[in-house]
Write a new protein. Structure first.
Length: 202
């Protein structure tokens, strides 16, 4: 009999909106790969297909809470936390900085020795403050703490084929149904997304 692995408790949501700092430099699939899948020979619609690829990648990533390709993000936090703080995007790679506004309104950078980063394979990572952490007083504002983090697979070669297949099918659907409002997504896309399990991302 298999037993579920007990997960450590996580702090309730203390996070604000996530903002993109540095966008990925490439997509998980190439234009040529998409054109081959969609059986498009002409170059006339390359710009259109590029937009459909971006939309499909965004949908697949957001529907599963993943950053598919390397990118950098900021997320605000309402205050210091006691339990591990779960980072909103799966495939966390790095915590680049933790900055906060002290009582005087001056932005400070928290030394990395004050926290531990957890990056379990295929799951959302978390940020844990050390047990003897002395929390500095914060300026009264909506999100006095900002965590900057990197997430995503290191290269398109590491992106699971299931994710790529979902993107191909979704681009094909968007391309064939351009101009049609309210069309339902094909079941193939949803089935692929449901079966999608993150692989390692070293």
């Amino acid at each position: 009999m298999s037993h579920a692995i007990q997960q450590p408790p996580f702090v309730p949501s203390m996070l604000g909106p996530v903002s993109l700092v540095t966008a990925p430099t490439e997509q998980p699939v190439t234009l040529d790969e998409v054109k081959d899948h969609c059986d498009v020979d002409l170059d006339d619609d390359d710009l259109l297909l590029g937009g459909k690829i971006a939309a499909a990648v965004s949908y697949v990533g957001h529907s599963r809470g993943w950053a598919l390709m390397p990118a950098t993000y900021d997320v605000g936090v309402i205050g210091w936390w006691r339990m591990p703080l779960r980072i909103p995007w799966a495939l966390l790679r790095t915590i680049d900085s933790v900055k906060y506004f002290d009582q005087t309104g001056t932005e400070q950078t928290l030394a990395a020795s004050n926290y531990v980063v957890h990056t379990p394979q295929g799951q959302r990572g978390s940020l844990e403050l050390i047990s003897d952490f002395q929390a500095p007083a914060l300026k009264r504002r909506a999100y006095p703490i900002t965590i900057r983090f990197g997430a995503g697979y290191a290269s398109r070669a590491l992106v699971p084929e299931t994710a790529k297949e979902a993107i191909y099918h979704l681009v094909d659907f968007l391309y064939e149904n351009r101009g049609a409002a309210g069309a339902d997504l094909p079941p193939t896309v949803e089935h692929l997304l449901d079966s999608l399990i993150p692989a390692g991302y070293a």
